[in-house]
Design a protein around this ligand. Structure first.
Ligand code: SAM
Length: 252
């Protein structure tokens, strides 16, 4: 998978060199390129923003550097991936579709993603119109119903959610099969050794006996029941959006 990120703060993306994503990059599973939007300006101050037309607070990102950056990034990507390659262009945006596991999964199947990090009040609307008119696949993606200062934190989160689903990135591919949101439920409680642990207040806390039984069928049933229970308690909206909350097979 190829990923390009356009930002005025390239150093903000440094964590993408760490941990599993850094390893995936080193192993050639992900080709991640960060581009400085200011590199596509032509004035002494490398200006990327201006005041909002019509008045109002804050500054708006100018269309010219964005159009140049997209032209450069898309040409560079097509030189590597082939002239017919087309990226999905992702704009982190509080007015976008909320990021969900299903969207992360479908994005993980794409060959090429381009992220555009907004700052200030956001990007001049004509940039979206320009890309759409060129036939680009555009998606506005929100991390949640709150406002961040810029798109970089969202790119870190979206990239992590997507790249861990790319085959070969996680050591054990089973890890992504049974986890929260993979089947519309939250994950069941998990434990490790020792089976009996006395906490610092002197209370003995035991792993549920059933998990020590070695009976895989009963363990799976227990885990599924805990998943349903936990989802009902913490995120009943997830069950409501699936229809029949009591049909345990449909929820899996
Ligand atoms: N004026 C914009 C509005 O009211 O919708 C908010 C702009 S915000 C200060 C600057 C940038 O941060 C946005 O262009 C976007 O890239 C990013 N951003 C802010 N909140 C976000 C969220 N919840 N999810 C994803 N990106 C977000």
């Amino acid at each position: 998978m190829r990923i390009d990120v356009i930002t005025i703060f390239p150093e903000y993306l440094a964590p993408l060199d760490l941990s599993l994503i850094g390893k995936a990059r080193r192993e050639g599973l992900v080709d991640l390129n960060v581009h400085d939007l200011r590199g596509f300006t032509h004035d002494r101050h490398r200006t990327v923003d201006d005041t909002p037309v019509g008045g109002g607070a804050g500054m708006v990102m100018k269309p010219e550097p964005w159009a140049e950056a997209f032209a450069h990034v898309i040409a560079q990507g097509q030189a590597e991936l082939g002239a017919s390659a087309q990226p999905v262009v992702l704009f982190p945006n509080p007015a976008g579709e909320p990021l969900r596991q299903a969207s992360a999964r479908s994005l993980s199947e794409e060959a090429w993603l381009v992220f555009a990090c907004g700052r200030y009040e956001g990007i001049d609307e004509r940039v979206y119109e320009h890309l759409a008119a060129r036939g680009c696949r555009i998606r506005l993606v929100s991390l949640g119903d709150y406002v961040l200062n810029g798109g970089e934190v969202a790119v870190l989160a979206i990239t992590e959610a997507v790249v861990r689903l790319v085959p070969g990135v996680l050591g054990n591919p089973e890890s992504v099969v049974e986890e929260s949101h993979s089947h519309g439920l939250l994950e069941y409680p998990i434990y490790t050794r020792p089976a009996s642990w006395t906490d610092p207040d002197g209370v003995e806390r035991r792993v549920p006996e059933i998990l020590l039984s070695g009976d895989h069928g009963r363990i799976a049933a227990w885990r599924h029941a805990r998943s349903l229970e936990r989802t009902r308690q913490r995120r009943p909206d997830l069950l409501a959006s699936q229809g029949d909350a009591d049909d345990s097979t449909s929820a899996r």
